[in-house]
Design a protein around this ligand. Structure first.
Ligand SMILES: NC(=O)C1=CN([C@@H]2O[C@H](COP(=O)(O)OP(=O)(O)OC[C@H]3O[C@@H](n4cnc5c(N)ncnc54)[C@H](O)[C@@H]3O)[C@@H](O)[C@H]2O)C=CC1
Ligand SMILES: O=C([O-])CC(=O)C(=O)O
Length: 344
């Protein structure tokens, strides 16, 4: 038994994908971890499920969608990596998909078309998220919830209220996934500053829609001498990154592949935190006292119980201070809209 466990740990640590995905994972033991993807057959769900299948920290991968799950699950299950894959295809199977989950990732819901804002998705997605969160409260109340469905600025407060109603709310376990904003900020900054993209770090704070997305390029590393005009343009491009993709896809949806990448990075960080890897830090939209708003995205230290510490904003440039004040009313109104929906 012990020999076979050691052998399986050895094979996990020597496969090429393991090296890529297990950076910074120091412990010898690889615990069993179940990840459930809700909306697994969608534009984001499919590549995200693929990336989670490649993640050696995952032992069980549950794929749930209301359409096309069996095909996606059968397809992904043939990949020769650690996790066992099971597909769940109907409302009646949602409980089984969630039972025992350590991390639940939610990319279920409709995406934008050109001309729409993320808030235009509220009417449909709020109801979808509400139903899924009620099931999470019932079947895996201790799971870390990674909310991708838009509008994130409202769906996270909706989830919080649903969990409060069920008596299961733990603010340490609820995350709005804003990693794509960070991914974009890093890419755009590296291009403009002509620095190696793999070395770039840029915190992105606030929320996940338009001007509520506030990249802090004054804290970007490696440092570069960019003009005010260049920094303004970079900020705007990061804020409008989602719209750039929506327009390029011309009615065929919004970012899926880059979002799957971002979602996989964030889920991996959650798993590392759960497994006790030290100093795992990612930006996320969480319950917060960093500003006067009840939810706010900033850098968060992840640990064995989810959020270990919500880190402050650090020092901001005058331009960023102005951006911060400008975003607050819009972000607050989206948060309140979510709370109102879930409490009425
Ligand atoms: N947080 C972020 O940075 C980003 C968020 N998004 C959001 O992610 C969501 C999904 O986008 P896509 O994957 O492109 O959409 P999609 O339409 O391709 O896929 C959505 C999937 O959700 C499923 N679904 C709908 N209702 C469901 C329910 N009750 N239970 C389980 N599954 C359900 C659908 O069957 C479909 O397979 C959208 O709301 C989009 O705006 C997209 C990109 C970035
Ligand atoms: O823009 C959208 O609708 C999808 C999204 O959230 C993003 O790509 O950041």
């Amino acid at each position: 038994m012990r020999t076979s466990m050691l052998r399986s740990i050895k094979s996990l640590t020597t496969s090429p994908s393991a090296h890529i995905l297990r950076r910074g994972y120091a412990s010898e033991a690889v615990p069993q971890r179940k990840v459930t993807v809700l909306g697994a057959a969608g534009g984001i769900g499919q590549p995200l499920s693929l990336l989670m299948k490649l993640n050696p920290l995952v032992s069980n991968l549950a794929l749930y969608d209301i359409a096309n799950t069996p095909g996606v699950a059968a397809d992904i299950s043939h990949i020769n990596t650690r996790s066992e894959v099971v597909g769940y295809a109907s409302d009646a199977e949602l409980g089984k998909a969630l039972e025992g989950a350590d991390v639940v990732i939610i990319p279920a819901g409709v995406p934008r078309k050109p001309g729409m804002t993320r808030d235009d998705l509220f009417n449909i997605n709020a109801g979808i998220v509400k139903g899924l969160c009620e099931a999470i409260a019932k079947h895996c109340p201790k799971a870390l919830v990674n909310m991708i469905s838009n509008p994130v600025n409202s769906t996270v407060p909706i989830a919080a209220e649903i969990f409060k109603k069920a008596g299961t709310y733990d603010p340490k376990r609820l995350f709005g996934v804003t990693t794509l904003d960070v991914v974009r900020a890093k890419t755009f900054y590296a291009g403009k500053a002509m620095v190696p993209v793999a070395e770039v770090n840029v915190p992105v704070v606030g929320g996940h829609a338009g001007i509520t997305i506030l990249p802090l390029f004054s804290q970007a590393t490696p440092k570069a001498n960019l003009s005010d005009e260049e920094l303004t343009a970079l900020t705007k491009r990061t804020q409008d990154g989602g719209t750039e993709v929506v327009e390029a896809k011309a009615g065929k949806g919004s970012a899926t592949l880059s979002m799957a990448y971002a979602g996989a990075i964030f889920a991996d960080a959650c798993l590392k935190g759960l497994n006790g890897v030290p100093d795992v830090i990612e930006c996320s939209f969480v319950q917060s006292t960093v500003t006067e708003l009840p939810f706010f995205a900033s850098r968060v230290r992840l640990g064995k119980n989810g959020v270990e510490e919500v880190l402050g904003l650090g020092s901001l440039s005058d331009y960023e201070k102005e951006g911060l004040e400008k975003l607050k009313p819009e972000l607050l109104s989206s948060i309140e809209k979510g709370i109102k929906f879930a409490t009425q």
